[in-house]
Design a protein around this ligand. Structure first.
Ligand code: BES
Ligand code: MN
Ligand code: ZN
Length: 497
């Protein structure tokens, strides 16, 4: 998609579709819709529709005019932006995505979007670009009747006084970030037969090659040689070989400061193993590699935006399958740091692969750790599908990430990680067991991971409830969300400053 800025008067733009945002400036009870532009012709066109209450300004409300007088555009779409006093960058991102999806729904590949007034121009253009690119993502990859509705040309209509040369870098940046988030979504969408650990590692390698950063891919021998007994215990029951991926971003001349270690759970299919899951809904477990996909997306954006901070990423890619060779409940495994783990439930496999991933990130020099994983059903019970669960052992580090999440509009909520819960995962035969029972399941999972981060500042992102959008939104189809990519990129960039 090509995105450009125009400062020509809106009404003289020859375009198949002119999208004009309209917000509700009224109070809680009364609607007072007003266009988010001062253009006199458009305002006059909207006036009777507003008077007749056809336009209320409700978010995503679409009111169409066909070749109205005084406007060169073939169609004008007044698009509801919601309450004016709540309209900020997050809402603008979603509004741009909504415009994209409406246009695609009508197979309109080129359109013009009026940039709303009252928003910082540079930040506004950046989130608008993000919304457009994210909204352009489709999930019908393998449908024979699939129509290619990819957007081709979108013009952002700015007022005559806009400093256009300052807006283009913001567009480029927004595109990099959203395309990286879409890469994550694309990978998470793939079914497990087409996204095995080997193929996932290949996709990581391909991304690294294109972005110009080094990538190492290891198989079973290296995993065993590194004494990653917890990781291997999950992989041993699958015909598909596991893959351990290391991606590095090392900006030239940066030899001090933190080394951020990103660790992603890459279970390309989670059947539960011998503690097999019920078949109802099991097909969803193809997205159990979303943590790894997140890190691939984040590393792509980081490699392209080049912040002055070192980052390495580790992906633990495996299937979790039942088999004659699969591990069994009660088995004891030894993680890379020597800790013994009693495997009570083979379905709590994510924490096993991550335990070794976190140890390895430290061995490779990470000073700060962040993992992302579709780790527990319990986090969905706690936070639903709205918020990412954030667990951390360091307040400053966690607050930095939460601040970045506010900037990027990704909803996250801090959860406790207190030693008080540790009794739940104490084992009689080993150092720790891999499940803590029903209560506080997301917390005991985080406490388990904490055993492998040593004294390093660490954040764990449980994205089990948020990596897959359960219901289509006006700006995004249901399916993989790519959540946390934007925040990780923003946070890493903030650490460079
Ligand atoms: N991959 C699942 C968690 C999950 C659940 C992801 C729902 C996405 C949606 C994880 O490996 C798992 O099976 N966790 C178990 C842990 C339990 C056995 C302690 C769970 O949450 O039920
Ligand atoms: Mn599982
Ligand atoms: Zn899992």
């Amino acid at each position: 998609m090509k995105i450009s800025v125009s400062t020509t008067a809106f009404t003289t733009l020859a375009t198949p579709l002119l999208v004009v945002p309209v917000a509700d400036h009224g109070s809680e009870k009364t609607a007072a819709p007003e266009l988010l532009t001062a253009d006199a012709t458009l305002t006059a066109l909207a006036a009777p529709l507003i008077a007749g209450k056809d336009i209320t300004g409700k978010f995503a409300e679409a009111t169409w005019l066909l070749s109205p007088a005084g406007v060169k555009a073939q169609r004008v779409l007044f698009l509801g932006a919601g309450k004016a006093n709540k309209f900020g960058l997050t809402e603008l991102r979603n509004l741009a995505g909504t415009a994209a999806r409406i246009a695609k729904g009508k197979n309109i590949k080129c359109f013009t979007l009026v940039l709303p007034n009252g928003i910082d121009a540079i930040a506004g253009v950046r989130v608008t670009t993000e919304g457009l690119v994210l909204g352009d993502f489709d999930v019908d990859t393998y449908r024979s009747d699939r129509k290619d509705t990819s957007l081709e040309d979108v013009t952002l209509a700015a007022t005559a006084d806009a400093e256009v040369n300052k807006l283009y870098p913001a567009i480029a940046e927004g595109a990099v970030i959203a395309e990286s988030q879409n890469l994550t979504r694309e990978l998470a969408l793939e079914p497990s037969n087409l996204m095995t650990p080997t193929l996932l590692a290949e996709r990581a390698r391909k991304m690294c090659e294109e972005a110009g950063i080094p990538c190492e891919v290891h198989g079973p021998e290296k995993i065993k040689e590194l004494k990653m007994g917890a990781f291997w215990s999950v992989s041993q029951g699958s015909e598909e070989e596991p893959r351990l991926v290391v991606m590095r971003y090392e900006p030239e001349g940066v030899t001090d400061g933190p080394v951020i270690g990103l660790v992603g759970k890459g279970i390309t299919f989670d059947s539960g193993g011998i503690s097999i899951k019920p078949s109802d809904g099991m097909e969803k477990m193809k997205y159990d590699m979303s943590g790894a996909a997140t890190m691939i997306g984040a590393m792509q954006a980081i490699a392209m935006l080049k912040p002055r901070v070192r980052v390495l990423a580790i992906l633990c890619c495996s299937e979790n399958m039942p088999d004659g060779k699969a591990q069994k409940p009660g088995d004891v495994q030894f993680a890379m740091n020597g800790k013994s783990i009693e495997v009570i439930n083979t379905d709590a496999e994510g924490r096993l692969v991550l335990a070794d991933g976190l140890c390895y990130a430290r061995q490779l020099g990470a000073t700060h750790l962040i993992d992302a994983a579709t780790l527990t059903g319990a986090v969905v019970v706690a936070l639903g599908h709205q918020n990412v669960g954030v667990f951390a052992n360091d307040d400053d580090f966690a607050n930095g990430l939460l601040k970045a999440a506010v900037t990027t509009g990704e909803k996250m909520w801090r959860m406790p990680v207190e030693q008080e819960y540790f009794d739940l995962i104490r084992s009689e035969i080993a150092d720790i067991k891999n499940t803590g029972g029903r209560w506080g399941g997301a917390i005991t999972a985080a406490l388990f991971l904490k055993e492998f981060v040593d004294d390093k500042p660490w954040i764990h992102l449980d994205i089990a409830g948020t990596a897959w959008l359960e219901e289509t939104k006006a700006w995004m189809p249901k399916g993989p969300s790519g959540v946390t990519v934007r925040t990780l990129v923003e946070f890493v960039r903030s650490l460079a400053k």
